[in-house]
Design a protein around this ligand. Structure first.
Ligand code: KIV
Ligand code: ZN
Length: 517
C-alpha cells in the first residue's frame, strides 16, 4: 500500500428507484420508507428515493422518505424538463440534505430515435436545465444516459457543459450493460483527463447494469480508474438483469483493500438484514448462489472444503460471515426463554416495537419455540417483520384443514373471520395450496389472480420456518403478500391473506410508473 490516503467511495443506493423498476418489484410508499430507514442504518451516502414526476404515489413516497430519513442525502430523479425538476423540488422540500438527479441521453441511437435531437441541441438542453435547477438545488447530478455508447469526445463535451452549468456530480451510466471492465476504465480515465475536476471537486459516479453479468466488475474497474461514487442496488435488483449489487461492491472494496486502496462508510454488519428486508418486501427471492447474500454463499458442501474450514476458516472463506451480520448460525433462544431475554434480543436485532406488538411477537415466538427445536435470529426477524407489517388483519385465518389422498384432488376447509363473523367453506384443488386459495377466494371474492408464488426456508433444518411470497394481480396492479410458518400450507394461506388484506385496506403499490429509461 502506498503512502497516499485511501480514497472514500460514496455509495449511492438506487434500490428504491432503479431497483424498483425491476419487473414485479412494486412497493407501497410505507414499504419504501421502511427500506429507506434500513438503508440509513446501513449508512449509505445517498438514497435515490424515486422518480417523483412519474405518479402521485411516487411523489408521496419520496416526500415521506425526505421527511423521515435524515442522515443520507435524499435524491430524486427527473428528466431534463421543468415539470419533472419542479416535482422533485416539491418532493424533497423537507429533506435535511437533498440532491436532484437529472438525465438526458447522449448516444447516437438515443439522439436519433428517441430524442430526435442533434448534438448541439443536447448540449443546450443540458446546460439550460442544470442552470435553471441551481436556484433550488445545491447538489445536482447529471447522467448522460447511455454514456457507454456515446462518442467519447462528445461525452466529454457534454460533461464539460454540465460542470460549467453547475452540476456537482457527473454519473456515467452503462444503461444497457454493454461495456467490459477494460473499456470502462479507459473511458473513465479519458473523461478525467478531459475534465480534471472529476473525481475531485466534482463527484465522478458510475452506474452499471448487469446485462452481461459485468456490473460489479465494471463498477470496480471504474473505481480503480478514479471514479469516487458507485450507484448500486441491494441484491442487484433493477431493470432487466439488474444493477450493480451494493453488497458485492462494498465487500470487494473491503476484502481487497490491499489492491483497491479505497473504503466505503457502509456498516457491513447491516448487509444481511438489508438484503432480507428488500427481498421480503419486493418479493424478489435472492438466488441461492448469489455472491455475499445468497443462501449458499457461506455453505461448504464438499468434504475437502469442510475439512479445510474446520481446520482454518480462511482456507475456503474470504469473508467472515459474521462481518455482514450472518450470526444466525448460533442458537439463541429456546422454549424456556422468558420475556426479558426475548425483548433484549429484539432490541439487539434493531427492532423497536410498541408494547402490544411486542407481546404479540412474544406469543408467536413461544408458539414457534414449541414446534421448533432451535430458534435462530433469522426466525425472530421473520416474526418481527410480520408483526411490523402495517396491514390490518381484516380477514383473519381461524382454522384450516387439508386432506390429501394420493390419486385424488386435494381438499381444503378454510374458516376465516371478518368483522368478528366466521365464514367457512371448502374447495378442491390441484394440491393443498391451490385448494386453500380456491376456498379463500370463494369467501373473499377479491377477483385476484395469483401471478407469483415462491417458498423458501428462513433457516435450515426440517423444522425450519417456511416463508412464502405471493403476488396477486387485481385490476392491473400486483400486490405482494408474505407469510411464515413451520407449516408451509399455513404459510401459503397467511401470505395470500396478507395480500387480500392489503387489497381490502387499499394499501396498494405505487401506480405503475412509466419507466424513465
Ligand atoms: O441506467 C440508466 O441510464 C439510468 C439513469 C437514469 C442514470 O438509470
Ligand atoms: Zn439504470
Amino acid at each position: 500500500m502506498g503512502t497516499q490516503k485511501r480514497r472514500k467511495i460514496y455509495i449511492f443506493d438506487t434500490t428504491l428507484r432503479d431497483g424498483e423498476q425491476s419487473p414485479g418489484a412494486s412497493l407501497t410508499p410505507e414499504e419504501k420508507l421502511k427500506i429507506a430507514k434500513q438503508l440509513e442504518k446501513l449508512n449509505v451516502d445517498v438514497i435515490e428515493a424515486g422518480f417523483p414526476a412519474s405518479s402521485a404515489g411516487e411523489l408521496e413516497a419520496v416526500r415521506m422518505i425526505a421527511r423521515g430519513v435524515r442522515q443520507p442525502v435524499i435524491c430524486g430523479l427527473a428528466r431534463m424538463i421543468p415539470k419533472d425538476i419542479d416535482t422533485c423540488r416539491k418532493a424533497l422540500e423537507n429533506a435535511a440534505r437533498k440532491r436532484l438527479h437529472v438525465f438526458l441521453a447522449t448516444s447516437p441511437i438515443h439522439r436519433q430515435y428517441k430524442l430526435k435531437k442533434s448534438k448541439k441541441e443536447i448540449l443546450k438542453v443540458v446546460a439550460e436545465g442544470i442552470r435553471s435547477a441551481r436556484k433550488d438545488f445545491r447538489q445536482i447530478e447529471y447522467s448522460p444516459e447511455d454514456a457507454m455508447r456515446t462518442e467519447p469526445e462528445f461525452l466529454a463535451e457534454v460533461v464539460r457543459a454540465a460542470i460549467d452549468s453547475g452540476a456537482t456530480s457527473i454519473n456515467i451510466p452503462d444503461t444497457v450493460g454493454y461495456t467490459v471492465p477494460q473499456e470502462f476504465s479507459d473511458l473513465i480515465r479519458y473523461l478525467i483527463r478531459k475534465n480534471p475536476d472529476l473525481g475531485d471537486k466534482v463527484v465522478l459516479s458510475v452506474h452499471c447494469h448487469n446485462d452481461l453479468g459485468l456490473a460489479t466488475a465494471n463498477s470496480l474497474a471504474a473505481v480503480l480508474a478514479g471514479a469516487n461514487q458507485v450507484e448500486c442496488t441491494i441484491n442487484g435488483i433493477g431493470e432487466r438483469a439488474g444493477n450493480a449489487s451494493l453488497e458485492e461492491i462494498v465487500m470487494a472494496i473491503d476484502t481487497r483493500q490491499d489492491f483497491i486502496d479505497c473504503y466505503t462508510d457502509i456498516r457491513l454488519i447491516e448487509i444481511m438484514k438489508t438484503s432480507r428486508l428488500v427481498s421480503h418486501l419486493t418479493g424478489m427471492v435472492v438466488q441461492p448462489n448469489k455472491a455475499i447474500v445468497g443462501r449458499n454463499a457461506f455453505s461448504h458442501e464438499s468434504g475437502i472444503h469442510q475439512d479445510g474450514i474446520l481446520k482454518k476458516r480462511q482456507t475456503y472463506e474470504i469473508i467472515d460471515p459474521k462481518k455482514i451480520g450472518l450470526a444466525g448460525t448460533q442458537l439463541i433462544l429456546g422454549k424456556l426463554s422468558g420475556r426479558h431475554a426475548f425483548n433484549a434480543r429484539v432490541r439487539k436485532l434493531g427492532f423497536h416495537l410498541n408494547k402490544e406488538k411486542l407481546e404479540q411477537a412474544f406469543i408467536r415466538f413461544k408458539e414457534l419455540a414449541d414446534k421448533k427445536k432451535y430458534v435462530f435470529d433469522e426466525d425472530i426477524e421473520a416474526i418481527l417483520e410480520d408483526q411490523l407489517a402495517a396491514v390490518p388483519e381484516i380477514w383473519k385465518l381461524v382454522s384450516l384443514k387439508v386432506q390429501i389422498e394420493s390419486g385424488q384432488a386435494a381438499r381444503a376447509q378454510v374458516r376465516l373471520s371478518f368483522q368478528d363473523k366466521i365464514q367457512e367453506t371448502d374447495s378442491q384443488g390441484d394440491g393443498p395450496v391451490d385448494a386453500c386459495y380456491k376456498a379463500i377466494e370463494k369467501i373473499v371474492k377479491s377477483g385476484a389472480t395469483l401471478s407469483h408464488y415462491s417458498i423458501q426456508s428462513v433457516t435450515s433444518g426440517k423444522d425450519a420456518l417456511g416463508e412464502v411470497v405471493v403476488k396477486l394481480e387485481v385490476r392491473g396492479k400486483e400486490i405482494t403478500g408474505h407469510g411464515t410458518s413451520t407449516d408451509i400450507v399455513e404459510a401459503s394461506v397467511k401470505a395470500y391473506l396478507f395480500a387480500i388484506n392489503k387489497i381490502s385496506a387499499q394499501i396498494l403499490p405505487i401506480e405503475a410508473r412509466p419507466s424513465p429509461v
